[in-house]
Ligand binder design. Structure first.
Ligand code: 0A1
Ligand code: ZN
Length: 889
């Protein structure tokens, strides 16, 4: 483990490496206790930087010998560096021999074992835990990898690229040699060795090349790989069609592993996946799992160009590959959804995720720009800001230059930078240069503030209508609140997609002063000052503005609209996103008023009728209705408040939920009955939309039954739970019972565990459901504590740790924030236990306290006490230390 006194690394200190490593010929004698690694490298001095020693990174390794040009050489070890002063000026070969201990590697970074097989995870800095190397993304080499291992225990031996040779070594051992022709940074290296089986498919791409696709998993999981394979094929087809980016490898492999810190990893030609992001069958995975798998398979595949062919110069540029690749996977999911309404559903889900995770991050202790300025532990910067806000930034490029302009920009980016390690500036320049004179190119430097300024901009919009002149003046203004280390900020470039509607819901033409005719009914205004006014002419009626359509910029919007105006948008907006947003705003306004006033929430008739007509609407999709009738998340509600009282927020949401359940009871019955799916299971938007609305309706009906004492709906839920033909329905019914604290919840939970105890991913769901269950009288918290002792619980498996501990601490504010501080004590205890096993996962758990300073008393003081207790531990990892110190700064 890296101890917690690691130095701060600054973006402005970047210097190119003193040496380049051009080729790596590396062999492994795989043994769980002690693996021998021999690495032979061709090295060149980089004459563009001052003359200096060769410094190689290495951690948790046993060094055996170092040779230069076949001769031993003197070296010294300085912390985690191996320093060779006498490296030649001419090109030379470097040979390093070392061992590492995969079975002791519980951090799951570097080479480790899981379920008796070997796997690697090298991003960001895991390769240095395998051998000594210039472990930085701007050092790109061509790798040849030889694997030697026991042939019965490890019949499958894989690495990046193409299989060059394989065979027997002796009676018990065999070998394989892999060669990857593409130069790559060390973080994209991978190897796998184990007893695995593969689903295979051969495809011929548009370019006429043949490829072999393989998905490797443990025996018994093969039938759960069909969806992943289909998703991979769809991703390949999409990237060729949309961005003209072909598959460049003869063989593309995906491997599943059940111990993995993240979702998946884009190693060149050998993607390694958390099984939770790969395996699906209708019986074990929900619709949401199917959608997530499709998106992650696509994401990793798309990295082959955005990340692998063009990579990052340094880790500050992480969003160059991550923001862009998230954008690409979001676009892919939307295109797969096809129907306009299903596309809108995708967008709403992405924005909900952004608001739930990234907005709080951007106003808390860990707020950082999309391109951070400094870090201690890079693993702490795989964040919602780098990924999801980064993706919104890429989306804004597309909004500013148009879809065709963006595609032209991508083309230029690859023409200029294929095979290079580059920066976010290089990307911005390519998009701008491909679109001279565009709204982006003319404001490029200001636009790039999205990379350098942290925090969510506040956008204010106010309009005035002049009936005599028939003009409508819309004034947009922005404020950019301070964030850690950034007290004052400059105006951002904010694209505001918008339209105007009459109060009767008619769409109005948009003609700005100075224009000779209207330019459609939907356009993008660009705010690039702290305040600007836009005057629309020939406006025949006092309009209702529909602003930030499709969520055209990642900002908090205050449009000052009244309930009556929001109702117009809810009923008539042609932009489905803003229609949904209007409903959310109506809910949010009521919840915030209750929290601010301290008075119990009572829903008014107008609101209830609006929700009823949504639910009954004959044309709207089920998926859209489900999203529209789901109340805003508690984290997003908290974002709107100066002081956060998690219990008050929860009480208001709970009251709104109960009243909606009761007032719309008959409509919920109709929604439940009208959304039953017949025919075989398909995880498509139509079927999954129906299931999601039926599940919401059932949850509401069981909740209302709890209040009235009715037993019919809990009984029906239990029946559905038992008889369900797929996991979406089964889990939906089970969570309806658990969240309503129905008596039948207990037998249902027991039955579920019994039925699925051999399916690890389903057992994770069982823990997660209980960790996230609605709190009532401290029962959820007590149960989570009890579940820590369950024989199936383990901190060592990240999925399992997340399923119980993160569910409570991160996703169940009402159970976690307790007046007796027991939630915080639980957090500190689990954090310290986890840190000794897996610092990366512990670093994530530490983030739970990011926003403690905004908590109301008594939570604030109790939270501080728990953080201080963690900070006082001497043996913290650098991952946790960085988060904790930022929280206390
Ligand atoms: N690049 C991967 C995510 C990833 C990052 C770090 C990891 O280990 C520390 C693992 C995976 C992606 O974006 O999918
Ligand atoms: Zn990624």
């Amino acid at each position: 483990m890296r101890e917690g006194n690691a130095p701060l690394i600054r973006r402005e200190d970047y210097v190119a490496p003193a040496f380049w490593i051009r080729t790596v010929d590396i062999s492994f004698d795989l043994d769980p206790a002690k693996t021998l690694v021999i690495s032979k490298m061709k090295v060149e001095r980089n004459t563009a930087v001052p003359h200096g020693p060769l410094r190689l990174h290495g951690e948790e390794l046993q060094l055996l010998r170092v040779l230069i040009n076949g001769e031993s050489v003197s070296f010294r070890q300085e912390g985690h560096e191996l320093v060779i002063e006498a490296a030649p000026d001419a090109d030379f070969t470097l040979e390093v021999r070392n061992t590492c201990a995969p079975e002791k590697n519980t951090a799951l970074s570097g080479l480790y074992t899981s379920g008796g097989s070997f796997f690697t995870q090298c991003e960001a800095e895991g390769f240095r835990r395998i051998t000594y190397f210039l472990d930085r993304p701007d050092v790109m080499a061509v790798y040849t990898v030889t694997l030697r291992a026991d042939k019965t225990k490890y019949p499958v031996l894989l690495s990046n690229g193409n299989l060059a040779d394989s065979g027997e070594l002796d009676a018990t051992r065999h070998f394989a040699v892999w060669h990857d022709p593409f130069p790559k940074p060390s973080y994209l290296f991978a190897l796998v060795a184990g007893d695995l089986v593969a689903r295979e498919q051969r495809i011929t791409t548009r370019a006429g090349r043949d490829h072999l696709l393989q998905v490797f998993v443990r025996r018994g999981d093969l039938e759960k790989t069909e969806h992943a394979m289909n998703s991979l094929v769809a991703s390949i087809v999409w990237d060729e069609a949309r961005f003209k980016l072909p598959l460049d490898l003869e063989r593309f492999m995906i491997v599943g592993v059940s111990d993995f810190n993240m979702g998946a990893m884009e190693n060149k030609g050998l993607n390694i996946f958390n099984t939770s992001a790969l395996l699906a069958s209708p019986a074990t995975a929900t619709d949401a799992d199917f959608a997530r798998i499709e998106a992650i398979v696509a994401h990793e595949y798309f990295h082959n160009w955005t990340g692998n062919r063009v990579t990052c110069r340094d880790w500050f540029q992480l969003s160059l590959k991550e923001g862009l690749t998230v954008f690409r996977d979001q676009e892919f999911s939307m295109d797969m959804a096809a129907a306009p309404s299903a596309r809108a559903v995708c967008r709403i889900q992405d924005v909900r995720q952004l608001r739930a995770m990234q907005f709080p991050e951007d106003s808390g202790a860990m707020a950082h720009p999309v391109r951070p300025d400094s870090y201690v532990e890079i693993n702490n910067f795989y964040t919602a800001t780098v990924y999801d806000k980064g993706s919104e930034v890429v989306r804004m490029y597309q909004t500013l230059v148009g879809r065709a302009g963006f595609e032209a920009g991508m083309k230029l980016y690859f023409e200029r930078h294929d095979g290079q390690a580059v920066t976010c500036d290089d990307f911005a320049q390519a998009i701008a240069d491909a679109n001279p004179g565009s709204a982006l190119a003319t404001r490029l430097e200001a636009f790039k503030r999205w990379y350098s300024q942290a925090g969510t901009p506040h956008l204010k919009a106010r309009g005035t209508y002049d009936a005599t002149a028939q003009t409508y003046t819309l004034t947009l203004s922005q404020t950019n609140p301070p964030s850690p280390g950034q007290d004052s900020k400059l105006a951002q470039v904010i694209p505001v997609a918008m339209g105007l509607l009459s109060h009767e819901g008619q769409v109005l033409p948009l003609q700005l002063q100075g224009e000779t005719e209207p330019a459609g009914t939907d356009r993008v205004l660009v705010l690039d000052q702290s305040a600007q006014s836009f005057v629309f002419v020939n406006v025949t009626a006092d309009p209702v503005p529909s602003l930030l359509r499709g969520f055209s910029a990642p900002v908090l919007l205050d449009d000052g609209l009244t309930d009556a105006e929001l109702l117009v948008l809810l009923k008539h907006d042609t932009d489905a996103f803003n229609r949904w947003e209007a409903g959310q705003r109506l809910s949010l306004n009521r919840i915030l008023a209750a929290v601010r006033s301290g008075k119990p929430l009572v829903l008014d008739g107008a609101y209830i009728e609006a929700m009823r007509s949504l639910l009954r609407h004959p044309q709207l999709d089920s998926a859209f209705k489900e999203l529209a009738l789901t109340l805003p998340g508690e984290a997003y509600i908290a974002e709107q408040l100066e002081v956060i009282d998690p219990q008050a927020i929860h009480a208001a949401v709970d009251a709104a939920q109960n009243q909606l359940a009761h007032a719309l009871r008959d409509d919920w019955v109709a929604a439940f009955e009208g959304n039953q799916v017949s025919g075989g299971y398909q995880p498509d938007p139509v079927q999954s939309g129906k299931r999601s609305l039926a599940n919401l309706a059932l949850a509401m009906l069981v909740l209302d039954a709890k209040r009235s004492g009715d037993t019919v709906w809990p009984g029906r839920a239990y029946q559905r739970f038992k008889d369900a033909g797929n996991m979406t329905d089964r889990l939906g019914a089970l969570s309806a019972l658990v969240n309503a604290h129905a008596e039948l919840a207990e037998p249902a939970l027991a039955r579920f565990h019994q039925q699925f105890k051999d399916e690890a991913l389903v057992v994770d769901k069982w823990f997660a459901l209980q960790g996230r269950a609605a709190e009532r009288d401290g029962k959820t918290f007590a149960r989570v504590r009890q579940l820590l002792q369950h024989p199936d619980f383990s901190l060592k498996n990240p999925n399992r740790a997340r399923s119980l501990i993160f569910s409570l601490c991160m996703f169940n504010p009402a159970a976690f924030h307790r007046t007796d501080a027991a939630g915080y004590v639980f957090w500190a205890d689990q954090l310290l236990a986890l840190d000794a096993i897996n610092p990366q996962i512990a670093g994530r758990l530490a983030r739970v306290m990011d926003r403690w300073t905004k908590l109301a008393e008594p939570y604030r003081s109790a939270a501080r006490e728990a953080i201080v207790r963690v900070a006082a531990k001497a043996e913290l990892s650098s991952d946790v230390r960085e988060i904790i110190e930022r929280a206390l700064a």
